[in-house]
Unconditional design. Structure first.
Length: 204
């Protein structure tokens, strides 16, 4: 199992020990850093670069909502799980609205490992989705760079030439017509063909 880096925001030593023990007993392999102040938290986000953040909702000098906001600003893809004592249901809903991955009550610590595993899996899937989207954008950029610089006319159409999906700028120079006119009337390109050749070309 990949070794994780877990940033824990907690002021209770007893609760910290319980969380760490529960996660290790559940099979997670990790290093952790526990902080209690905003200054240490910001430094940890930058230097420790956690794979997961686990935070208490209320601390004497630093609250969980602030920790969540800072995490979403600086490392939005890192899953954030609240582990806190008894709180109102409205507070739990608010944590999720603000971007928390999940919430675990301290009196139901047995839920921590399943929640963490699900949060990490979701984060991994989202990261993979972002990577694929970036590859698609890069592929489209390269395609346009190629298509817009070739001297030949290059175009893509739907079956039956009902719609033009793309036409290269060379169309305007070679056909003497605007690309816009082709998008508006996909079959207008045929009007530039010599009448004696038009039927043969269209048939082909």
């Amino acid at each position: 199992m990949e070794r994780l880096k877990i940033l824990i925001v907690e002021d209770s030593e007893a609760d910290l020990v319980l969380m760490v023990r529960e996660m290790r007993r559940g099979g997670l392999v990790f290093d952790y850093l526990c902080i209690q102040t905003e200054e240490d938290y910001l430094q940890a986000l930058s230097e420790f670069q956690p794979d997961l953040i686990v935070a208490d909702l209320k601390l004497p000098v630093f609250d969980g909502f602030t920790a969540l906001t800072l995490a979403r600003e600086r490392c939005p893809s890192v899953p954030f799980v609240f582990v806190s004592g008894a709180v109102r249901e409205e507070d739990i809903i608010e944590t999720l609205k603000k971007g928390a991955t999940d919430y675990v009550s301290k009196d139901r610590m047995f839920r921590l490992v399943p929640v963490v595993e699900r949060a990490l899996q979701e984060s991994k899937l989202l990261e993979e989705h972002r990577r694929i989207e970036e590859e698609i954008r890069e592929s489209e950029r390269r395609f346009r760079q190629l298509a817009e610089n070739i001297r030949e006319v290059f175009f893509m159409v739907t079956p039956g030439i009902e719609k033009v999906l793309y036409v290269s700028p060379a169309y305007e120079k070679i056909y003497g017509r605007s690309c816009k006119s082709l998008y508006e009337n996909p079959r207008s390109w045929a009007e530039a063909i010599h009448p004696e050749d038009r039927r043969r070309v269209l048939s082909a």
